[in-house]
Design a protein around this ligand. Structure first.
Ligand code: GRF
Length: 222
């Protein structure tokens, strides 16, 4: 009888993206460098022209787009895209620049298996125009969050954040440009923690190594 230990199965991941796909590309790059114990099964998009689809094709990852206008309503589209995701039997779905809210009945059975990256220090500034809103509020600290997805827009339990100091003269564009590389590292670090089974959503909130988090993790130095 063999005594060799069976290697754990890599975490199977499906990514949803609506646009550019730089966060998806960061996951692909980390996985290709052997730094992320995941298998990227597919990139799903609600936009036929999303550059993220081309990034997936180039990386040899299934690239699938579904058009919301081909479905009767939002719930029907959400059912269809999650059914397509389910066909890959993912352990984790990552929303990386996926610009749609998800129907409450569709997301319900997936809660704890879907994460999103959002460019603000949640609970501040859910929704759009986060950089402009942080500047209008004269915030000195801005950043990005990765959270478990619920039916509430950008409202699920926060797992981890990356922080950024606002500089005099910053504009929404300069803030976005400085934040993006931090987002890539934040998302990669958070997916790594989930893939290794260290972070889960428990009954009392986000858990790290079996302990409920009292505050979001800060996995990368600011
Ligand atoms: C990122 O800023 C992310 O936080 C937000 O949408 C943007 C997507 O960028 N949810 P990309 O498509 O990953 O380049």
């Amino acid at each position: 009888m063999s005594t060799a230990a069976t290697a754990p199965r890599p975490c199977s991941v499906v990514v949803f993206a609506s646009g550019r796909g730089s966060n998806f590309a960061a996951l692909v790059a980390a996985q290709q460098r052997g730094e992320l114990p995941i298998t990227l099964r597919a990139l799903l998009s609600d936009k036929r022209t999303a550059p993220a689809l081309l990034l997936a094709e180039t990386a040899g990852i299934d690239a699938v787009s579904l058009a919301p206008r081909d479905f009767a309503d939002r719930a029907a589209f959400d059912h269809a895209i999650f059914a397509r995701a389910a066909s890959y039997a993912p352990d984790l779905i990552v929303l990386a620049g996926y610009m749609r809210m998800i129907d409450a009945a569709v997301i319900a059975p997936w809660i704890g298996k879907v994460i999103n990256i959002h460019p603000s220090l949640l609970p501040k500034y859910p929704g759009l125009h986060t950089h402009a809103r942080a500047l209008e509020a004269r915030d000195t600290l801005h950043g990005a969050s990765v959270h478990f997805v619920t039916a509430e827009l950008d409202g699920g339990p926060v797992i981890a954040q990356a922080q950024l100091r606002v500089q005099p003269g910053d504009t929404p564009e300069t803030l976005a440009a400085r934040l993006l590389p931090l987002e890539h590292r934040l998302l990669t670090a958070t997916v790594d923690l989930i893939a290794r089974g260290r972070v889960v959503l428990g009954n009392d909130g986000v858990e790290l190594d079996g302990r409920v988090l009292r505050a979001p993790l800060i996995p990368i130095p600011s």
